[in-house]
Design a protein around this ligand. Structure first.
Ligand code: SF4
Length: 336
């Protein structure tokens, strides 16, 4: 669970019951600074340099109202992003949010989940009879702030009752027990992002270790949720095959018999991401040497550095063969 150092309330949020309740709760907590934003602009997060700004942002919770109810598309994995949370308490060095959230990457929850879900209903109706899939973690990891927002609970129960619509989100966090008894009706897929412990220790700061994530995935699977596992980002390093094989075996020992879907994503980076990462993590050990990568134009117009063909082929074969052997080929969604 995320314990912020400061909470900033948008004034508009205090017109909602949840906003009011959170203000009362946080006022009773010592060591939490409370600030207000009149116009929705978030100012007042301290920080002299980029590193401090990053750290202070990562320790700030904003309680706000989602004003724009136009959903962004979320291709190819879903149709729309469901904007319930933005930002994340995690400090993964490679995180895609590092290029999206500005210099002070605060975590924002919205108190108007009802209005967001009413809008989702419109999108669902517009697409009928086609199915519509909503992604709840496109710009966040929503689990650490769930005790404050209850947004996942509301969404899971909402989609559990709706036709022609599915919900999904991905997390690295393990405080999922409040979601286990919900009436999900098989309409929400919870995906866990996994990696080897050496990658987690080096690059995924403030996140649970592999075994904790695996145990959380098991509890979710035991509660009948469809689950997915994302092994990402995969790094090629000394002993990578041995370590990734070991986590596949652990997954097999804990989750064989469940219908798991795997997504495997090799490490990649853009020039812009590299610059931002070096600003905040100047001593990063992330492998970001352009010379030993292949440059590839992405679908959104900017280029990224992926592993070279021979490395990529080895990596793909490794996961294809081992996942197929342990779980069956049909359990692989994609390996990229
Ligand atoms: Fe980013 Fe996910 Fe790490 Fe959060 S847990 S910092 S969203 S990669």
């Amino acid at each position: 669970m995320f314990i912020p150092k400061r909470v900033i309330f948008e004034e508009k949020a205090l017109e909602y019951k949840l906003g009011e309740k959170l203000l009362k709760d946080f006022k009773e907590k010592l060591n939490v600074e409370i600030m207000y934003s009149k116009n929705g602009r978030i100012t007042g997060i301290p920080g002299r340099d980029d590193i401090q700004k990053y750290l202070e942002g990562k320790n700030t919770l904003v309680v706000g109202v989602r004003k724009t109810l136009k959903f962004e598309s979320c291709k190819p994995s879903a149709h729309y992003q469901l904007p319930i949370v933005s930002g994340c308490m995690g400090m993964c060095e490679y995180c895609y949010l590092n290029t999206q959230m500005g210099k002070k990457p605060y975590i924002k929850i919205h108190v108007n989940t009802d209005e967001i879900l009413n809008k989702a209903a419109q999108y669902i109706d517009e697409r009928k009879p086609e199915i519509t899939i909503f992604e709840g973690a496109a710009t966040s990891d929503p689990i650490p702030v769930e005790p404050y927002s209850n947004a996942l609970k509301e969404c899971i129960e909402y989609f559990g009752k709706r036709d022609k619509a599915y919900f999904r989100f991905v997390t690295k966090y393990t405080d999922i027990d409040s979601l286990l008894p919900l009436n999900h009706n098989g309409k929400t897929t919870i995906r866990f992002s996994l990696n080897t412990d050496s990658v987690i220790k080096k690059f995924e700061h403030r996140t649970p270790n592999f075994n904790e994530r695996l145990m959380a995935a098991k509890r979710v699977a035991d509660s009948g949720y469809p689950i997915g596992l994302i092994i990402a980002p995969v790094f090629i390093y000394e002993d990578w095959q041995h370590e990734y094989y070991s986590i596949l075996q652990d997954i097999h020992n804990s989750l064989s018999g469940y219908n798991i879907k795997f997504e495997v994503i090799s490490h990649r980076f853009t020039k812009r991401a590299k610059e931002n990462i070096l600003n905040v993590f100047p001593k990063t050990m992330l492998p970001m040497d352009e010379e030993i990568r292949k440059f590839k134009f992405g679908q959104f117009g900017y280029g990224k550095y992926i592993y070279k063909d021979e490395d990529m082929t080895g990596l793909k074969e490794f996961f294809l063969n081992n996942i197929s052997d342990l779980f069956g080929k049909e359990s692989i969604n994609y390996i990229i």
